[in-house]
Design a protein around this ligand. Structure first.
Ligand SMILES: [Zn+2]
Length: 274
């Protein structure tokens, strides 16, 4: 079976986790044990663990993410979520320093926090991430809440940051959905800009199947435009998207098997040092 690395997983084991409803909807056992079993089933060797949003909107404290990863037997690696204040940036850097071997990336929740990617509030974080070679993941595109800020989560807001900081590894989560073409241009243009295919198959309503076909065409077109898939990671956004749904997207792509393999694990291994 094909080896897989999942570059975008959420988990908390808390009742006030706002993703509980997705787990319920998909019939998933939203616990560490349940997740590890599911990963085994689909041959997912490793995953990057990101804070889920709690009811009320704030992310699960990063310490809990690090704890869960510690109990995963090396299967899950923590991503530290950073909010746009000097205090939060300082705390995130300290946590990454204290857990230097474990922490693999940072995450910024564009569209949910009141800051653009190039906000000066993040300058110290970017300095640290650049010097440590730690990628920064950005939520981009559609927001789960209808009060999200699309002007701040638009993928093109990352172009300025990537121009200003050529060494910074930038990951645009969710392929900037629905702005796939903008992301295609960004990963083509910038040597250190990447994207993931997580959390995509949630829309379409009565046209869910057609919507999946539309997603496949968009991802394919981006790969053709960029000339390959070396900048694209596989991810589920578990429990928002299930493994069968996310894997079907990759399976349906009319691209070389080598590109699928890069998406499914090779790129994540290389870029996150997993
Ligand atoms: Zn997510």
């Amino acid at each position: 079976m094909q080896k897989i690395i999942d570059a975008h997983v959420h988990l908390s084991e808390r009742r006030d986790d706002s993703l509980n409803r997705f787990a319920k909807m998909h019939g998933l056992k939203y616990t560490l044990d349940g997740l590890l079993r599911t990963m085994d089933k689909y041959n997912v060797e490793r995953g990057l663990l990101l804070s889920p949003p709690l009811q009320g909107g704030s992310p699960l404290p990063n310490e809990e993410i690090i704890k869960l990863c510690g109990k995963s037997g090396g299967r899950l690696a923590p991503v530290v979520t950073v909010e746009p204040t000097a205090k939060e940036v300082k705390a995130a850097i300290r946590l990454a320093e204290e857990n230097r071997k474990e922490v693999k990336a940072f995450k910024i929740r564009l569209g949910y926090v009141k800051a653009f990617a190039d906000s000066p509030a993040f300058n110290k974080l970017y300095d640290f991430a650049e010097s440590e070679g730690l990628p920064v993941l950005f939520h981009t595109g559609d927001t789960a809440s209808d009060t999200g800020d699309l002007v701040r989560s638009h993928p093109l807001t990352l172009d300025g940051l990537a121009n200003a900081r050529e060494e910074l590894r930038v990951v645009l989560c969710h392929f900037g959905n629905p702005w796939f073409e903008d992301v295609a241009e960004l990963i083509y243009k910038h040597p250190n800009v990447y994207t993931d295919i997580s959390g995509l198959t949630t829309g379409g309503g009565a046209y869910a199947e057609k919507f999946t076909d539309w997603l496949v065409k968009k991802i394919e077109a981006a790969i053709y435009f960029a000339g390959g898939a070396e900048k694209i990671f596989f991810g589920t956004d578990y429990p928002i998207t299930t493994y069968p749904e996310a894997l079907a997207l990759v399976e349906k792509l009319e691209v070389h098997n080598a590109d699928k393999e890069m998406m499914l694990w090779r790129n994540a291994k290389r870029v996150f040092g997993l």
